[in-house]
Ligand binder design. Structure first.
Ligand code: HEM
Length: 469
């Protein structure tokens, strides 16, 4: 054998060995869930279920349902290389989410929210007079934008009547679904190790760069302004700034020097941005589905209006009166059960953990599909019937709290829960005092839904709005 062919053979052998090693590594990676006893489909190497997800018209809604039917309440799959475990088993959910509620409340935001809700009700009245089908999400989106701008950033905007406001212009691109091309880097990151580092290095963000820059600049100038001119405001931004001050003075007292644990302006800013993202779409979504169900169920509308007349009448709306609206509470809960706006959230497994026959490997993601749990006949009788009375005082106790997850559960649950509930209820009271939602030929029944983390209808929700007699 001459030297050339010996070299060639050595190269070929190395290539084959490398390929075998690669196959072995990939095989080991893609059989972890199976080896840990998590049942699920045999994954396509490298991509897992990505192709199925891209083809799906309902996001994770039908995928999760199929996996549940085939593999049971605990099942696993790969999204690219990422290990995912779906859980709808109540006992395991309790472990994964760990009960420990710590919700955020703020009484003084009430009047700001009321101001935004009055504008919303006026706008619905205008639409009633136009007589055309109304895409309710547009109005609710503008309302929650105004509400979150004052509760998170302490700024008053009127996006409900001024859609050209720079705040509005920079927000809209954040929520417009990205096309496949824009999503490509994130799909590649799920498949190929190291791509996520490249995304970070090249500052390729999940949200449009211009919007992030806008929020960053705005947050920074608001923070600087607050530091120069202290205020008694009680929005999220101020609470974060207060937390910074409190932490410093405590540390200063303890150690006699300035704290090193200061929240940076950037951290405060990104928290305020997070509140915005988490609170805007979700609350608008709740109101959209509420309007839809009211259009389909005039009898529920009647009961709500009756209660509002009895408890509030023509008098001023207060926090106490709002909490007296028991049927309203049932209705909002049922809307959140039927249509959980944040339909699917997750937890990272930090340490390998065993629950009965299942072992969850470290590094896997545990998915909690609240929509699926809320529509499970084992947890809710006739789950596909919209019935606020399942939350009545007599029947409420039959619901296992871990199966009602619109705001998540445990130490990482939604900190905006109380604010969102107050905001949505104020809006509903103000609207229902003035108008009624009515089903029309453009109202799509039943509503087709998809789950992409958020619960999204395939068609816009259109209803007619009539002045209340
Ligand atoms: C109807 C309205 C809302 C719904 C259904 C909702 C739902 C949720 C859910 C399901 C989670 C994840 C919880 C978990 O992982 O256990 C969450 C997290 C969160 N929510 Fe809400 N939320 C709503 C409104 C709000 C509002 C108004 C705010 C703030 C003003 C807010 C701020 C947050 C924040 C900061 C997080 C934590 C995000 C993180 O740590 O990744 N949410 N929310």
């Amino acid at each position: 054998m001459d030297l050339g062919s010996a070299c060639f053979n050595a190269l070929l052998l190395s290539a084959v060995l490398l390929l075998l090693l690669l196959v072995h590594v990939v095989h080991r990676r893609f059989t972890i869930l199976q080896r840990y006893g998590i049942p699920g489909p045999t994954p396509y190497p490298l991509v897992g279920i990505i192709i199925q997800f891209l083809r799906s018209k309902t996001g994770f809604k039908d995928i999760d349902q199929e996996l549940f039917k085939k593999y049971g309440r605990v099942n696993g799959y790969y999204f690219g290389r990422a290990m995912n475990i779906n859980v709808t088993d109540v006992d395991i959910l309790k472990h994964v989410l760990v009960k420990d509620f710590s919700n955020f409340t703020n009484r003084t935001m009430f009047s700001e929210l009321e101001r935004c809700a009055n504008t919303l009700a006026e706008n619905f009245l205008k639409r009633a007079d136009e007589g055309k089908p109304v895409p309710v999400k547009d109005l609710f989106g503008a309302f929650t934008m105004d509400a979150i701008a004052c509760t998170a950033f302490g700024i008053q905007i009127n996006s409900q009547n001024e859609p050209d406001d720079p705040f509005v212009r920079h927000v809209v691109p954040i929520f417009i679904p990205r096309n496949i091309f824009r999503r490509l880097p994130f799909i590649l990151a799920a498949i190929i190790p190291g791509v996520s580092i490249l995304l970070r290095v090249f500052k390729i963000a999940i949200f449009p760069k211009e919007s992030c820059d806008f929020f960053s600049r705005m947050g920074q100038s608001l923070i600087e302004d607050r530091k120069k001119n202290p205020t008694r405001k009680t929005d999220f931004l101020q609470l974060l700034l207060n937390a910074e001050l409190e932490e410093n003075s405590f540390d200063e007292q303890k150690e006699g020097k300035e704290s090193t644990k200061r929240l940076t302006t950037e951290e405060i800013n990104s928290q305020a941005f997070l509140f915005f993202i988490a609170g805007y779409e979700t609350t608008a979504s709740l109101l959209r589905y509420a309007a839809y169900e009211l259009a389909l169920h005039p009898e529920i509308d009647q009961k709500l209006v009756q209660e509002i007349r009895e408890q509030v009448g023509e008098s001023e709306l207060t926090h106490d009166k709002l909490s007296e609206l028991k049927y309203m509470d049932q209705f909002v809960n049922e809307t959140l059960r039927f249509y959980p706006p944040f339909a699917r959230f997750n937890r990272r497994v930090t340490n390998t953990a065993t629950y009965g026959p299942y072992t969850f490997p470290a590094g896997a993601t545990v998915n909690v599909n609240a929509y699926q749990i809320h529509h499970d006949p084992e947890y809710y009788e006739d789950p596909d019937v919209f019935d606020p009375d399942r939350f009545s005082p007599e029947r409420k106790s039959t619901i296992n709290p871990i199966t009602f997850l619109p705001f998540g559960c445990g130490p990482r649950n939604c900190i905006g829960m109380r604010l969102a509930l107050v905001e949505a209820k104020i809006a509903l009271v103000k609207i229902l005092q003035k108008v009624q939602f009515v089903r029309c030929s453009e109202t799509v029944v039943p509503l087709k839904l998809k789950i992409l983390g958020l619960l999204i209808p395939n068609d816009p929700v259109l209803v007619r709005v009539e002045r209340r007699q």
